[in-house]
Design a protein around this ligand. Structure first.
Ligand code: IPM
Ligand code: MG
Length: 363
């Protein structure tokens, strides 16, 4: 099999560069031991890109991303850019990347590793074995809807406006992704909106129902209001398999689901568009400016994101599983970075975690 791939690597801000360094060790291992050859384009996104190009995602960077098999990203943002204009903030670079690459489906697994059950703030019996996949719509809804803006009303008052808007094709294509993924899992989809108060939610529910009847009646479908879903995630999270929801609810529910696992430093994500087009892979955690540059960050979320890239964009599921299994074994041995350590004194550094993983991959 041809294992030549072009990847764009965007370390970004904060802890992004240091965790990405550990991903490179895994890339090198695949080249040395598994016959891969990667052509890597490294570039900036977020605040780092703002500092270099004057905007958080340069056109030339976007072109490189589009011409790659996959994009591996670190994280964006930090206090340094707090006063930058809204449309040039680090986050705006990430939103542009998602939009221009057509990445309408964001896959956020919340998986509780057996070795980390104790790290959750919920009781072990509630989270043990938990395996949820949130499929978040990523290029529509209130994040991109028009009109938007802050208007001066001239009487000492201002008006802030954002628009929640969805069209049928947007709901159908992300729904289809959710049903397809459910078939490879426990065959259940929970669709979340606020159909009780929002027209866009009513449309969402009707379109998902119609899609289910037309294409996916073999999958169990359940509808749930998003606020109830937030509550059920804490009450009885194992009732869920795949959750499909809009951009804003998905943002919130995926943060909540991630904390069920007790380890934001462990969670990967994949953002996918049309089949055959490159995806973007990034950890769910942010840039963590408070610990940046100190070698404290957990590189496993970004390494697991790279594993998702192998599976979903490079069609190398075998190697993806190899990496995921090696992560399990590292955890089973009690090897921990600070974020998941019970005994803080025993925590190892970012680069030591990368090295430990390579040792496990070679074992
Ligand atoms: C996420 C983040 C982003 C979002 C920010 C950084 C723009 O919170 O990926 O969940 O809101 O989508
Ligand atoms: Mg978020």
């Amino acid at each position: 099999m041809d294992k030549n791939f072009t990847l764009t690597v965007l370390p970004g801000d904060g802890i992004g560069p240091e965790v990405m360094k550990e991903v490179r060790k895994v890339m090198k291992w695949l080249e040395d031991k598994r016959g891969f050859h990667f052509t890597l384009h490294e570039d900036d996104i977020g605040g780092a890109a703002y500092d270099r190009y004057g905007m958080p995602l340069a056109d030339e960077t976007l072109e490189k991303c589009k011409a790659s098999h996959a994009v591996i990203m670190g994280s964006v943002g930090g206090p340094k850019w707090d006063n930058v204009d809204y449309n040039k903030r680090p986050e705006a670079g990430l939103l542009r990347l998602r939009k221009e690459m057509g990445l309408f489906a964001n896959l956020r697994p919340a998986l509780v590793f057996d070795a980390l059950v104790e790290a959750s703030s919920l009781k072990p019996e509630i989270v043990k074995g938990l395996d949820i996949l949130i499929v978040r719509e990523l290029t529509g809804g209130v994040y991109f809807g028009e009109p938007r803006g802050i208007e001066d009303l001239g009487n000492g008052q201002r008006r802030g406006v954002n628009t929640q808007v969805y069209e049928t094709y947007e709901i159908e294509r992300v729904g289809r992704v959710a049903f397809d993924l459910a078939r490879k899992r426990k065959n259940k989809v929970t669709s979340c909106e606020k159909a009780n108060v929002m027209e866009s939610g009513k449309l969402w529910r009707e379109d998902i129902t119609a899609l289910h009847q037309a294409e996916a009646s073999d999958v169990t479908l359940e509808h749930m209001y998003a606020d109830n879903c937030a509550m059920q995630l804490l009450r009885n999270p194992s009732q869920f398999d795949v959750i499909v929801t809009d951009n804003l609810f998905g943002d919130i529910l995926s943060d909540e689901a991630s904390m069920l696992t007790g380890s934001l430093g462990m969670l990967p994500s994949a953002s996918l568009g049309t089949a055959g087009k490159p995806g973007v892979y990034e950890p769910v955690h942010g840039s963590a400016p408070d610990i940046a540059g100190q070698g404290k960050a957990n590189p496993l979320a970004t390494i697991l994101s790279f594993a998702m890239a192998l599976r979903y964009s490079l069609d190398c599921g075998v190697e993806a599983s190899e990496i995921e299994n090696a992560v399990q074994r590292v955890l089973n041995k009690g090897i921990r970075t600070l974020d998941i350590a019970n005994n803080q004194g025993c925590a190892i550094s970012t680069s030591a975690m990368g090295d430990a993983l390579i040792i496990e991959l070679n074992a």
